[in-house]
Design a protein around this ligand. Structure first.
Ligand SMILES: Cc1cc2nc3c(=O)[nH]c(=O)nc-3n(C[C@H](O)[C@H](O)[C@H](O)COP(=O)(O)OP(=O)(O)OC[C@H]3O[C@@H](n4cnc5c(N)ncnc54)[C@H](O)[C@@H]3O)c2cc1C
Length: 467
């Protein structure tokens, strides 16, 4: 690409264009279907905001699409480049600029890995509460661009609740400084919140100001087995009332057992063979004694819901054991089903969880397809994950999954839910947007996109289909 000469002048050695093996590493994120992979023509690694400004001005001059990228852990294909595109990887902008313990805020570059921020905050007794469960591989910029939600969103909310300020390079290459170290701000339209969750289509974050919170004094977990998913999902409604609740996760019985069996023996949890669903309940409070009291209350509610606690504790070991199992589930689906699975992210009003879980059971029968059901039950956010049956020819899968997803999404909409709670629309769900947004809403989204990105060069084809 002859236009690349202009970029070489800006990025020098921080540009790859002719090493196919290295470029391939930026062709896909963690979306299941590998057919989305598309190698970029070049990857640039900015170390300063001015380079990002120059990149977007170059992109507009030459009509070349740019895709921002953090850790590449996204599950919807939002970091996959457009044809003939350039990836802007923020991995070298990974500095923690300030830990402001007076204000309980941090100022960071977008490429900071989420778990690294946690390590830095730990000695200060603080943490970033909006983290997702991929914390070892995702970056703060990616979390903000996806408005990620984590295992503790039921208590703390999603990433958007913690972003107070952002330095943003617009698609046309202007620098905006939005918000700041302020806990309140009603000064004009809320452009900061517009940028959050925009999946790299409205701006590139080059610096972020994030609110952090005190770490709790103590935490405890209970892992409970239920005879069927109906009783487990009914228990979710009851357990959501616990004031100390910090996580409430669901795993269907078969998925929990198979994932558990795939872990090294020393890390496995003893699971009853006949349970059909499991709940992970995490509680937090100021002291060990308070947590112990809350755990007893939770255990009583689980018993009343016909569940049985099969693992529990407030020490590091039981906590790690049950969380390891929960976190291993998406990797297990990927390992067993490869390209032929679709990790979904639907969200419904919490009171409709039993109806959603029951519908997932119906889909298994209707499509004769294995479906893993797991996720952030406390938020009504389920990762319903259909996987190709072994006997089905690969060529049949794309038609089957399309019909199944339309069925699922239609039902979720009827329940008052939507098609993504935290993973976003990406490239994977653009064609389904009209199932949950009206033509008027989509037209407004397109107007916003055109106003900020008149040449459609920033992550085109993500969120909105290219028209
Ligand atoms: C095992 C596993 C568990 C997961 N668990 C969760 C979970 O609990 N909750 C959850 O919400 N998600 C989860 N995810 C999904 C994913 O990790 C999150 O969406 C994460 O926030 C993505 O961050 P990233 O740095 O990897 O972003 P990427 O995948 O690199 O990019 C995601 C989006 O952000 C944009 N982007 C990246 N950096 C910037 C920037 N600086 N400026 C503008 N746009 C940018 C990209 O263009 C893309 O649109 C999980 C994924 C995996 C694989």
């Amino acid at each position: 690409m002859k236009e690349l000469q202009g970029l070489r002048e800006v990025f020098g050695n921080d540009l790859i264009a002719d090493n196919g093996r290295k470029l391939s590493r930026y062709a896909i994120d963690q979306v299941g279907d590998q057919s989305y992979a598309r190698r970029p023509d070049a990857v640039v690694f900015p170390t300063h905001r001015d380079q990002v400004v120059a990149l977007m001005q170059w992109a507009n001059r030459n009509g070349i699409p740019v895709t921002p990228r953090g850790g590449g852990s996204g599950l919807a294909g939002a970091a996959i480049p457009a044809p003939g595109g350039v990836v802007c990887s923020f991995e070298k902008m990974n500095g923690i600029i300030e830990v402001d313990t007076g204000n309980l805020m941090v100022v960071v570059e977008p490429g900071v890995v989420t778990s690294h921020l946690d390590e830095v905050l730990k000695p200060h007794g603080l943490f970033f509460a909006g983290y997702p469960m991929s914390e070892d591989i995702c970056c703060i910029g990616g979390n903000v661009a996806e408005n990620a939600g984590g295992g503790r969103a039921i208590r703390y909310g999603t990433t958007a609740h913690y972003v107070l300020g952002a330095e943003v390079v617009t698609p046309t290459g202007r620098l905006l400084r939005l918000g700041g170290k302020r806990l309140k701000d009603v000064t004009g339209y809320n452009l900061l919140q517009l940028m959050i969750g925009s999946e790299g289509t409205l701006g590139l974050f080059t610096q972020l100001t994030i609110r952090v919170v005190p770490r709790p004094g103590a935490r405890g977990v209970l892992f409970a087995a239920f005879p069927d998913s109906a009783r487990a999902s009914a228990a979710v409604t009851v357990l959501r009332r616990l004031t100390a609740l910090s996580s409430l996760e669901f795993i269907d019985g078969q998925t929990a057992r198979l994932t558990n069996a795939g872990l090294p023996r020393a890390q496995q949890t003893a699971l009853p063979p006949r349970a059909d669903a499991f709940l992970l309940v995490e509680l937090e409070a100021a002291s060990e004694a308070d947590v112990a009291r809350e755990m007893s209350a939770a255990a009583a509610l689980i018993g009343e819901s016909e569940g049985a606690v099969v693992d529990s504790g407030s020490d590091e070991e039981p906590m790690q054991r049950v969380w390891r199992l929960r976190k291993a589930v998406p990797w297990w689906t990927k390992r067993v089903a490869g390209s032929y699975h679709s990790l979904e992210d639907v969200v419904v009003p919490p009171a409709r969880i039993p109806a959603l879980v029951e519908f997932a059971d119906q889909l298994r029968t209707r499509y004769a397809t294995p479906i893993a059901v797991f996720g952030h039950a406390g938020d009504g956010n389920f990762h319903i994950t259909p996987m190709k049956p072994e006997a089905m020819a690969p060529g049949q899968w794309s038609g089957t999954i399309d019909r199944l997803l339309r069925d699922l999404y239609g039902h979720v909409a009827d329940l008052g839910g939507t098609i993504s709670g935290e993973h976003g629309i990406g490239r994977k769900r653009t064609r389904y947007l009209s199932l949950v947004l009206s033509a008027e809403e989509i037209a407004v989204l397109q107007t916003v996109k055109r106003a900020l990105d008149p040449n459609n060069v920033l992550n085109p084809g993500v969120v909105l289909p290219v028209v």
